[in-house]
Design a protein around this ligand. Structure first.
Ligand code: KMH
Ligand code: ZN
Length: 275
C-alpha cells in the first residue's frame, strides 16, 4: 500500500480578494464551513490566514481564535496558521496565531526561510526575522511547515537546524509559481525533492493554473499537495471554484486516479511528525 497523501486546503490567504472571487471565505463562520466541507472532500489540514470584517488581511490573534474555534466546532481537520501574513507586516503582527494556547492552539505553523520577490513586492524574511519566528514556533511546541519559494530556502532550513532552531527531518512546502519566484515545472519539483534533508516530508503548492496539475505531480512522486483559494481561484479555465472544497474534491479525484489514498487528520499528524 502506498503512503496516504496529505491534502492541505489553503482557505483564505492574504492576497485573494472578494473582487476576484465571491467564494472567498472571510468570517470565522465562512472559514469553518468551508473547512468542514474540505475535510469531507479529503483534506487533512487547512492552512489559514484571517481577515478583518472588511476583508483586509490580518494576523490578529482574536480573529485566529474565532476561526480556530469555529473550525474545531465543526470538524477534526488539522489547523495550520500562517506566520507569513501579508507583505509589509512586522514580525509581531505576523505571529498573532502563535500566541494562542490551550484548546485554541493551532496544530502547525508556517515558517518561510528566506526573502523572495512576490509579484511587484518583496516578501521580506531576513535571517534575524526567520530566527525569531522559528524560536516562537519551537517555544510553544509546534512543528513548522517550512515554506520554500526557492531551493535555497531548503538549504537555509539546514542552517537553522545547525543553530538548533529547526529539527530535522522536517516537513517542507514547496510553493511554486508566485510571480517573481521559482515557477512550477516538474524538473523543479524533482530538484527540490532531491535537495531535501534525509527523511523529510514534503507538500507542493502550485500557484495559479499549475495548482491542480501539481497535485498529480505530487501524487506520482509519493508526496503531498496543497490546493485552495489562497493560491488559485479556478477549478478549470475561466470557471471559478465555488469554495475551497471544490478544489479539494478535484485534487482528491486526481490523487485517487494516481493510486493514492488520502490521509485522515490522524494519519497526517503521524506523517508530518506533529506529535
Ligand atoms: N502571503 C504571503 C506574502 C505563509 O502563509 O506563511 C506569505 C504567505 C506565507 O502566505
Ligand atoms: Zn499562506
Amino acid at each position: 500500500m502506498s503512503r496516504p497523501m496529505v491534502l492541505t486546503a489553503a482557505l483564505v490567504g492574504a492576497e485573494t480578494t472578494r473582487e476576484q472571487t465571491p467564494y472567498l471565505p472571510i468570517t470565522a463562520e465562512e472559514i469553518a464551513e468551508d473547512a468542514a466541507k474540505c475535510r469531507e472532500a479529503g483534506a487533512a489540514m487547512v492552512h489559514i490566514h484571517v481577515r478583518t470584517a472588511e476583508g483586509k488581511p490580518s494576523q490578529d490573534a482574536e480573529l485566529f481564535r474565532a476561526a480556530i474555534r469555529a473550525i474545531r466546532k465543526r470538524t477534526d481537520v488539522l489547523v495550520q496558521v500562517s506566520t507569513g501574513g501579508a507583505v509589509g507586516m512586522d514580525v509581531n503582527e505576523r505571529c498573532g496565531g502563535l500566541t494562542l494556547t490551550g484548546a485554541d492552539k493551532p496544530d502547525m505553523a508556517t515558517l518561510t526561510t528566506g526573502t523572495v520577490n512576490f509579484g511587484e513586492e518583496v516578501f521580506w524574511n531576513p535571517r534575524p526575522l526567520v530566527r525569531d519566528i522559528a524560536k516562537r514556533i519551537k517555544s510553544i511546541g509546534l512543528k513548522p511547515e517550512l515554506e520554500c519559494f526557492d531551493v535555497g530556502m531548503i538549504d537555509e532550513a539546514r542552517y537553522l537546524a545547525k543553530e538548533g532552531l529547526v529539527d530535522l527531518p522536517a516537513h517542507f512546502d514547496f510553493v511554486l509559481g508566485v510571480p517573481g519566484t521559482l515557477q512550477a515545472r516538474p524538473e523543479v519539483l524533482d530538484f527540490m525533492i532531491a535537495s531535501l534533508p534525509e527523511g523529510s516530508s514534503w507538500t507542493v503548492a502550485g500557484v495559479g493554473r499549475q495548482q491542480l496539475p501539481f497535485v498529480e505531480e505530487a501524487a506520482k512522486r509519493g508526496g503531498n499537495a496543497r490546493v485552495g483559494l489562497e493560491d488559485n481561484i479556478y477549478l478549470s479555465k475561466g470557471v471559478l471554484a465555488k469554495g475551497n472544497y471544490e478544489l479539494v474534491a478535484e485534487a482528491a479525484k486526481r490523487a485517487r486516479a494516481a493510486g493514492r489514498e488520502l490521509a485522515t487528520p490522524e494519519q497526517a499528524r503521524q506523517l508530518l511528525r506533529l506529535g
